[in-house]
Design a protein around this ligand. Structure first.
Ligand SMILES: [Zn+2]
Length: 153
């Protein structure tokens, strides 16, 4: 797959690279609609980056083809499969929880922010023409999704 910039600080490969996909030979090339969503997602991440003080953002999972999503045990109909969600950390800013909270209160429009296992922030944008729900959730091992951003473990 030919790499390209989606926005000044983010390349497509940052959203599509996956060790699982590489290991299992899974094609993780986004379709046209997912690619458009990834471009919007990258622009949102640029805003997030500014909010966090221009620190580097480390993406652990972005786009997942249906096959890759199954392989990693992602939720069915996960926003990742449509290029609408990204899992990231910003260690230079602070903890995962602090990062999630800073983005949540920043005014950046989002559909969902999930503080996941105290390991990464799941940030989802709404589908095109859908309103942003601004939903905040946390999850830890064995807790299921809980409302709000907090440490559950
Ligand atoms: Zn996620």
């Amino acid at each position: 797959m030919v790499d390209r910039k989606l926005s000044p600080n983010f390349k497509l490969s940052e959203f599509t690279d996956s060790q699982t996909a590489a290991r299992r030979g899974i094609d993780n090339t986004p379709d046209a609609e997912s690619l458009r969503n990834l471009q919007r997602l990258a622009r949102t991440l640029e805003d997030v980056r500014v909010v966090l003080g221009d620190v580097p953002i480390r993406i652990s999972s972005g786009y997942r083809s249906a096959e890759l999503n199954r392989a990693v045990g992602g939720a069915k109909n996960s926003a990742h499969t449509r290029g609408l969600a990204v899992d990231f950390t910003a260690p230079a800013f602070g903890s995962v929880l602090a990062t999630a909270k800073a983005v949540a209160k920043s005014g950046v429009a989002f559909d969902q922010i999930i503080h996941e296992y105290s390991q990464w922030v799941h940030l989802a944008i709404p589908a095109e023409d859908a309103p942003p729900r601004g939903e905040l959730l946390s999850i830890a091992k064995g807790t299921g999704y809980q409302p709000g951003l907090k440490n559950l473990a």
